[in-house]
Design a protein around this ligand. Structure first.
Ligand code: SAH
Length: 222
């Protein structure tokens, strides 16, 4: 790739169309089928959400540092979780826990979701706000707080997606799911798994999925 020729993140945008298309091809090969997810991930310029020094790696299938000891999830993880959230469903109202750099927020917005997102680290939330503005995606409601408690004033949610691993399911979140709503979250300590928890008329249906590696869900805010 002729990336040495580029001098700024904006210049990289021109080259990134092709690179993004290759990322989408890889996601398809890895089994992502939902065209709504693939279209949104093609449209969101992922390099706008990482530091300039990392822009050339933004489309590799790796987790990248975003500051404050946190990481942006790899594209396949974002795709998989987003696909699970909306599988066989129309796009609805979503609560995201762990805004981080704002990339997952951007993908959800591009898909047409109504997005509420909570981040416990103020500096990261400011960065996310900047990134989303650069990407011209400004209609998410970003909240500085502890995601353990969800956002009761905006509940119920059709979907809740968590970007940090909890040791147990935060009870408050279950109460904020709409009937038919889903919570997609990593859970565990040294061994973590993705969980799909759906609120049905008969109660909660919990399904354990892939082994994953996420930063921990921490209490309080910084
Ligand atoms: N989706 C993000 C991933 C960020 S990593 C992205 O695309 O960049 C996970 C994020 O969860 C971190 O920013 C971390 O600060 C945040 N986090 C951890 N515990 C939290 C909590 N209790 N409430 C809100 N955010 C939390």
């Amino acid at each position: 790739m002729a990336l040495q020729l580029t001098s700024s993140r904006q210049d990289y945008g021109m080259l990134s169309d092709r690179t993004r298309m290759r990322m989408i091809d890889r996601l398809r090969q890895a089994g992502i089928r939902d065209e709504r997810v693939l279209a949104a991930m093609y449209e969101v310029q992922r390099h706008l959400f990482v530091d300039q020094a990392l822009a050339t790696r933004a489309y590799d299938d790796v987790a990248l540092p975003i500051g404050m000891g946190q990481t942006i999830s790899q594209p396949l993880t974002v795709a998989r979780m987003t696909e699970l959230l909306f599988a066989d469903r129309p796009i609805g109202k979503v609560l995201e826990i762990g805004t981080g750099c704002g990339y997952q927020t951007a993908v959800l917005l591009k898909m047409g979701a109504t997005v509420y997102s909570i981040e416990r680290i103020g500096t990261l939330l400011d960065k996310a706000r900047k990134h989303l503005r650069t990407a011209k995606l400004v209609h998410a409601r970003l909240v500085h707080g502890d995601g353990h408690f969800g956002l009761p004033e905006a509940a119920p949610f059709d979907g809740i997606i968590m970007a940090a691993a909890a040791k147990a399911v935060p009870e408050a979140l279950l109460g904020q799911l709409a009937e038919g709503g889903r919570l997609i979250m990593p859970m565990g300590d040294t061994e973590q798994y993705l969980w799909h928890i759906e609120k049905t008329r008969q109660g909660l249906q919990r399904t354990k999925l892939d082994a994953v590696k996420f930063v921990p869900l921490l209490p309080g805010r910084d």
